[in-house]
Design a protein around this ligand. Sequence first.
Ligand code: SAM
Length: 260
Amino acid sequence: MWSPLTGISSLFFKSHPPYGSQEWYKVTGRDPRWVSVDEWTFEQTHNRIAIPSKEVLAKAFKHQEESGLPDISVSPSQGKYIQLQAKITNAQHILEVGTLGGYSTIFLANASPTTRVTSIESLSLHVQVARENLEMAGLADRVEVIQGDAVAILPALLKDIENSQREKFDFVFIDADKLNNWVYFDHAANMTRPGACIIVDNVVRRGAIIDPKLIDTDETVIKIRELIERVGDDSRVDSTVLQMVGDKNYDGMLIAVVGR
Ligand SMILES: C[S@@+](CC[C@H](N)C(=O)[O-])C[C@H]1O[C@@H](n2cnc3c(N)ncnc32)[C@H](O)[C@@H]1O
């Protein structure tokens, strides 16, 4: 079953019970209230004049799904949240690390009619789907999807900025592999103007980051804790972590502002 409003689908959960069934909630660990609140509030707040349209979002999600991409993009409400943060910072130049099929990119590129996004993605199928989705959304001329490993690409982008061949970024969304989060954040802080915003997704992981059984043994948890500790010690930024529940279960984002 696929919801045309949010693009949420049960197809990803091929071995799981139908989306929204009692069994589905049990298997995925979601609370039905979180999902229903997400769906209802997004329907109310993302109104007829809001961009991207619900039709564009649904098409983008469906294309990702039919192309076999995993269901790991931001939820509609989270996409809108990062878009609003980009609007608050009047972001004209946005960097995204981890494109997948371009679902979050579509939100970010619509922060304003002149916003440009540079998005890095390592997998060629994901890059292809993202480019098709961005074309469908009318954003192909304002989004550059760079294929490759962000660990290698970010230093090259930094060099471009230092050589005045590229503008500093106003907003960065980090949503790729979790083991290199600090590398991405460190570069982001050097590639942004004062007042810029840096957001890192998935830093709470259902509370795993404070689970005594995981904090010394789970590589992802260790790296996320390291990220939060290092960002906390970093004199370039001020920051907080915001816990979130919703269609994407219980997780959270780290939000930092450059220049204390
Ligand atoms: C969670 S998904 C991104 C979701 C997307 N931001 C959205 O919300 O629609 C993470 C993506 O990062 C990509 N990725 C993982 N490691 C990467 C790396 N080292 N460099 C570039 N991309 C990477 C994965 O292939 C995947 O497509």
